[in-house]
Design a protein around this ligand. Structure first.
Ligand code: F3S
Length: 64
């Protein structure tokens, strides 16, 4: 399972980090800090929570 983010469409709402900060790191300006990464073991639910929390719908959790 991995997270794919349409990073250029991130508007800096920071909801992803608020609900799952251990996965969704923000950069110094408050935007999501990565475009893609694997979901760490045991963090699947948190990854989904963060994706659902984004009002811009730019986060996709992909089942490999
Ligand atoms: Fe960006 Fe959405 Fe998170 S707009 S900071 S990816 S809640």
């Amino acid at each position: 399972m991995r997270i794919v983010i349409d990073q250029k469409k991130c508007a800096g709402h920071a909801r992803c980090a608020a609900v799952a900060g251990e996965i969704y790191e923000l950069d110094a300006d408050g935007y999501i800090a990565f475009a893609e990464k694997p979901v760490p073991p045991g963090k699947e639910a948190a990854a989904q929570r963060g994706a659902r929390a984004c009002p811009e719908r730019v986060i996709t959790v992909v089942e490999d």
